[in-house]
Every structure is written in structure tokens, then in C-alpha cells.
Design a protein around this ligand. Structure first.
Ligand code: COA
Length: 483
């Protein structure tokens, strides 16, 4: 076995030496090379042998994939940042002189890239290109030929207006995957510009979030932007995988409305249930308030079949986060009764079964809260977890930022930046056991322009000088701007 692996190694090295980005190009070569079987069809005997390198020392999962990153603000950058963490070479194209608008938004350090930008653009390279300038278009065409995926989240039609239609891209590079975030999919709103909260509202989240008596609420989690970026990343990886088999790229669309709705699917479940009878796990049911025609806001009710609520803990009067989420999971009901000093509720027919408890949830949670208010949220956490009672402390961002275990796993990382200094960021939340994860600072505007022209596009010095001289890669001079 070991002998066989040794024999196979030089062939792989040779292939890699010919084509440095072997993952991507090998299958392309096979496809156009007399229709040989590819490694993706499950029948080939050319599947790579297991690596002989120790775990974690054989590159990253997506090493060899190059992304032309035309994203801005949050949704698209979330996607390409994740792909960069997973090993893609992400080349972010930015408008000369301005860059991604978020570089200057919500600035906390004068003249330095904002946290908004730095926290969404780690591990990327930045090139500035005026995509509407003829020489800028020339550079973009060259990049299209050398990249595997183009990711964008412009307003509908903007990419076409730059001349980067699917047909144009596909002609230049039939293997290219073109991935887009848009606010809406095809339909009445497809031309709309969309931001996070618009998506939360249009995707069903806002109408089902908040308290029954209050207005719809948006959530702090960026399910419209970052959530859709995650959906898009999965679409891209799937398209890359399919491309191994088909040899051709495809378009990937993640609409923010669809992404939010996907995350709200339990509410569409409830919409269908409400037509058949009341939603008995909603506290509204226990309170005797009739249901309307659509899913109501359910406050802090648990979305599943196990009732839950947010309860005050010791210190709540002064600490806005001294709360705990408490779930009265049926199998641990007896333990809960003993804990809160209501042992008779274990056998009392009014309390002993989940069904009997439904109309009394308010009273039950009030009684549990009498107990939680005598403990800190961390004490409740420790006591309840020992009894298998599911609870969750309401952690403030300050507590999360200071949590040692999150630092240890790389979920919260400190990064150094040349113009803003040290800052905290959320690292890659997806951990792979055979892929190194590192968080590198975001690029300065146009930091890698020269490097990309020279090393990626391999343009001769004379061409680079011509392109640069044309002004396609730099901000217009002040007089030009004014003219
Ligand atoms: N060179 C030249 N022009 C450039 C450029 C470059 N490198 N990069 C962008 N531009 C141009 C675009 O071509 C566009 O011009 P056009 O309208 O004349 O065609 C212009 O910049 C503005 O792009 P647009 O996407 O419309 O930005 P916006 O700031 O007006 O709108 C959004 C922002 C987010 C609302 C919009 O991009 C959008 O709806 N995106 C899809 C949904 C989405 O991702 N929303 C969430 C964002 S977190």
C-alpha cells in the first residue's frame, strides 16, 4: 500500500508543476482531452489517493480555487470571506479611490478602514479597477479568464451595465461560475435594491418576531445579509463540485428574501398548522387569546414543541443582560419541579403532563423565575446543566468578546491592522479537521493591484504601464472629478 502511494506521488507533483492551480485545471484538461473519465463520476481509477501528509498539513479545503470578488457591503463579502477562510484566493475588485462603501462607514478610527469593512473582508486581496473604463474592462476580462468564480451583489442589472453579462463571461471562460446575491428572485420585486432589514421584513422574519401586542421587529442577527451570504457560499461550492463532472460553470443565485424565508421555515410550518387549529405551544393559546389568520409574533416562546421563555436572574435590575432562556423540556419536568420547590407539580394532574401545562405556561414560568432570580445566569446554567435541563444565558457582546473558550477555538480572534491597530473579529465559525484556519487582516484599498497584474495575470511591464497610465486603476484626479 505504502509502496503504491510512493509510486503515485511523482505523477501528481508533475501535474501540479505544469499547472500550479491543479484542483481546478486538472479536470478541465481531462474534459477537453478525448473525453477521459473524470475523477468526479465515481467510477474512475484516477481518484486521488489519500494524502500521506499529517492532518492539517495538506492545505486548505478550497486551495486552488480563485474568486473574482465583486462584492460590497455585507451579504456578498460574508460569502467571499468564508470562501477565503476555506482556502480560496479571493481577489476583491474595488472602485478606484472609493472602494467598498463600508470602508468609510461607521468609522471608529479616523482615516482607517472601519470595523464594518475589516470584519467582512479578511484573507482577501484588493485590486482597484474602474470597471467602466476600456482598460479596466480589459483587466477584468483577463481576470475572468483566470478565475473560477465571479461573486457579486450589485443592484439588479449593474453587472450587465458593466458589460459583464453571463454570455460575455461564459464566452471568455466557460468554466466560470457566476454567483449573485439579489434582494428578490424573479418576480414583481426583482429590480429592487435591498438591504438587511428589507429582507427580514419581506422574508417573513419581522412579522413573526416581537411581542404580540407590539409592532413587527427586526432581529440583531444579520439573517438577510450574512445569512444569504452563507447560502450563496454553499451554492458556489456545490457548483464547483458539479463542475468537476460537467466541466462547465453555471449561475448561482441567492435571493435575500428566499434566504430569510429558509431560516423562517418553522413559521411557514405554523402557517399551515394554524389553518387546522390553534398553535397550542404558543403562550397565546394558554392565555386564551384567539389566533388570527396568520402566524402571530410569539415573543420569546420557543419555536419547537418544548415550551421556553426568557427569565430574569439575579442582578436584572441593573444588568440588562441578567437573563436566562429556560426550556421546560418534558423529560426533565420532575427535576424542574424539585429545583423550584414545587414537588407536588410532578404528580398533580393539572401540571404533570405537557398538555395539562400548556394553558398554565405563564404561571409556571413566573414560578421558575422566582427561583432564577435568586441566582446569577451562570449559576442557573451550572445547576440546570447538571440536571440536563436545557437553559441558555443571555450573553452580552462584552461577555462574548471576553470569553476565553471562544478565543481558544478561533471563533473570536484578535487581528492587527496597519492603520487601525488591533481589533477583535469573528473568525471562521466552520472548523475542518484537515484544513488550517487562519484569519489575515483585510486588505488596504488597492493594496494588491500591482501584485495581481504581475503575478496573477502575468501582464508584461509595458502593458501594465499602459493600463495604469490610462487611469483605469486609479481615482480620477480632483480637476477631472470637478469637470
Ligand atoms: N467601477 C466602476 N463602477 C462601479 C464599480 C467599479 N469598480 N463598482 C461598482 N460600480 C458601480 C456599479 O456599476 C453601479 O453603477 P450603475 O448603477 O451606473 O450601473 C454603481 O456602482 C452602484 O452599484 P449598486 O450596486 O447599485 O450600489 P448602491 O450603493 O446603489 O446599492 C445595494 C447598494 C446593496 C442596495 C445594491 O447593491 C443591492 O441591492 N444589491 C443586491 C442586494 C444586496 O446584496 N443587498 C445587501 C447588501 S449588504
Amino acid at each position: 500500500m505504502a509502496k503504491k502511494q510512493k509510486k503515485a506521488k511523482p505523477a501528481r507533483v508533475k501535474a501540479a508543476a505544469k499547472k500550479p492551480r491543479k484542483v481546478v485545471n486538472l479536470s478541465s484538461k481531462k474534459k477537453t482531452n478525448g473525453g477521459k473519465k473524470t475523477s468526479g463520476n465515481g467510477k474512475s481509477n484516477t481518484l486521488p489517493r489519500p494524502s500521506t501528509k499529517p492532518y492539517g498539513q495538506d492545505g486548505k479545503a478550497l486551495t486552488g480555487v480563485r474568486i473574482l470578488d465583486f462584492t460590497h457591503v455585507q451579504s456578498g463579502p460574508t460569502c467571499t470571506q468564508l470562501l477565503a477562510w476555506l482556502g480560496c484566493d479571493v481577489i476583491k475588485v474595488e472602485r478606484p479611490g472609493i472602494g467598498d462603501i463600508t470602508r468609510g462607514q461607521l468609522r471608529d478610527v479616523p482615516n482607517a478602514d472601519s470595523l464594518y469593512f475589516t470584519m467582512l473582508n479578511h484573507n482577501k486581496r484588493s485590486i482597484t479597477i474602474d470597471s467602466k473604463h476600456p482598460q479596466g474592462k480589459r483587466v477584468l476580462d483577463e481576470l475572468i479568464k483566470t478565475c473560477d468564480v465571479l461573486v457579486e451583489n450589485f443592484a439588479p442589472g449593474a453587472l450587465d451595465r458593466m458589460g459583464l453579462t453571463w454570455e460575455h463571461i461564459h464566452k471568455l471562460n466557460p468554466r466560470m461560475i457566476v454567483a449573485s446575491v439579489k434582494g428578490f428572485g424573479p418576480g414583481p420585486y426583482e429590480d429592487c435594491k435591498v438591504y438587511e432589514n428589507v429582507a427580514q421584513c419581506a422574508g417573513g422574519s419581522a412579522s413573526t418576531t416581537g411581542f404580540r401586542e407590539g409592532p413587527p421587529l427586526v432581529t440583531g442577527a444579520q439573517i438577510g445579509d450574512s445569512g444569504t451570504g452563507l447560502h450563496l457560499a454553499l451554492g458556489i461550492v456545490s457548483a464547483l463540485y458539479q463542475r468537476i463532472r460537467t466541466g462547465r460553470g453555471q449561475r448561482v443565485l441567492a435571493a435575500m428574501q428566499d434566504g430569510v424565508l429558509n431560516l423562517c421555515r418553522v413559521k411557514l410550518r405554523d402557517q399551515q398548522r394554524i389553518e387546522k387549529g390553534p398553535l397550542t405551544e404558543y403562550s397565546q393559546y394558554g392565555e386564551g387569546v384567539p389566533f388570527g389568520k396568520s402566524v402571530p409574533r410569539a415573543g420569546n416562546d420557543s419555536g419547537g414543541g418544548q415550551p421556553g421563555w426568557i427569565l430574569k436572574c439575579k442582578g436584572w435590575e441593573s444588568d440588562p443582560d441578567a437573563y436566562i432562556y429556560f426550556i421546560t423540556q418534558a423529560p426533565v419536568w420532575e427535576a424542574i419541579c424539585d429545583l423550584i420547590g414545587e414537588p407536588t407539580w410532578k404528580t398533580d394532574p393539572d401540571y404533570a403532563t405537557p398538555k395539562a401545562r400548556l394553558p398554565k405556561l405563564k404561571k409556571i414560568f413566573a414560578r421558575i423565575e422566582d427561583w432564577t432570580m435568586t441566582k446569577t445566569k451562570f449559576e442557573v446554567m451550572e445547576i440546570c446543566n447538571n440536571l440536563d435541563i436545557p437553559v441558555g444565558p443571555i450573553l452580552s457582546m462584552k461577555e462574548i468578546a471576553e470569553e476565553p473558550s471562544l478565543r481558544k477555538t478561533g471563533t473570536v480572534v484578535e487581528v492587527d491592522h496597519p492603520t487601525r491597530g488591533k481589533y477583535l473579529t469573528v473568525g471562521n465559525p466552520i472548523k475542518l479537521s484537515d484544513s488550517i484556519s487562519e484569519v489575515k487582516r483585510s486588505p488596504l484599498l488597492g493594496e494588491h493591484t500591482d501584485e495581481i497584474l504581475k503575478d496573477v495575470l502575468r501582464l508584461p511591464a509595458k502593458d501594465i504601464a499602459e493600463i495604469k497610465g490610462s487611469g483605469a486603476l486609479s481615482a480620477p484626479k480632483k480637476e477631472e472629478k470637478a469637470a
